[in-house]
Write a protein that binds this ligand. Structure first.
Ligand SMILES: N[C@@H](CCC(=O)N[C@@H](CS)C(=O)NCC(=O)O)C(=O)O
Length: 206
């Protein structure tokens, strides 16, 4: 059994989407970050950076329990556990890792800062709003070009797609103009039309 400690956010949804697509049984344990539950000692034991998501797999390697934090590490762990959504071919595998790391180091942090400056900051900081909105748009452009002629980011559906979907689904928070990113919009619609992805994205935090 996999225990998912998460919340209804862009990083949290990556893992529920992956678990649904992989067909793994899991139990959802909400960690309400609006109530600072990410600082509870039991959660810090498995996620020392006090961030969701994290998992406990009671049937980890060698049958022993394992916990994993950091969404990218969790996606790789689950792909290796199931043999799904991560190619064995070394060239194709590198591509999936490249796009996964692109999301982890680029799209997530930049769009996250755009969300912060546009929606949460206690003062309006025009420089911050522009800097991170522009950067998010640049990254949407990168992904749009990558998706030209491809159904999924690395041709076949992979953990790179799972990493991006939660962020792209928050496009309204950054005022994205879809006419600039037609390949990305088609990918978003294609992803959301998959029942397992729609279910994983709909994980309820309460
Ligand atoms: N690099 C981390 C980022 C996780 C992250 O930022 N999670 C946010 C929610 S999307 C969180 O837990 N925030 C709580 C806090 O800032 O204390 C990952 O990908 O797992």
């Amino acid at each position: 059994m996999i225990h998912l400690y998460s919340w209804n956010t862009s990083n949290g949804k990556k893992i529920s989407v992956a678990l649904e697509e992989m067909g793994l049984d899991y139990e959802f344990h909400p960690i309400d970050i609006s109530k600072d539950e990410q600082f509870q000692p039991h959660f810090l034991k498995i996620s020392p950076n006090n961030r969701i998501p994290a998992i406990i797999d009671t049937e980890g390697p060698d049958g022993k329990e394992i916990s994993v934090f950091e969404s990218g590490a969790i996606l790789i762990y689950l792909a290796e556990k199931t043999g799904k959504f991560m190619p064995n071919d070394a060239h194709k595998r590198v591509e999936v890792l490249e796009w996964l790391m692109w999301q982890m180091g680029g799209l997530g942090p930049m769009q996250g800062q755009a969300h912060h400056f546009r929606r949460a900051a206690k003062e309006q900081v025009p420089y911050g709003i522009k800097r991170y909105t522009d950067e998010t748009n640049r990254l949407y452009g990168v992904l749009d070009r990558r998706l030209e002629g491809r159904d999924f980011i690395c041709n076949d559906l992979s953990i790179a797609d799972f990493a991006c979907i939660g962020w792209i689904s928050r496009w309204e928070w950054v005022d994205i103009d879809w006419t600039k990113y037609p390949n990305l919009k088609a990918w978003f619609d294609r992803m959301m039309a998959r029942p397992a992805i729609a279910k994983g994205m709909d994980i309820q935090a309460v």
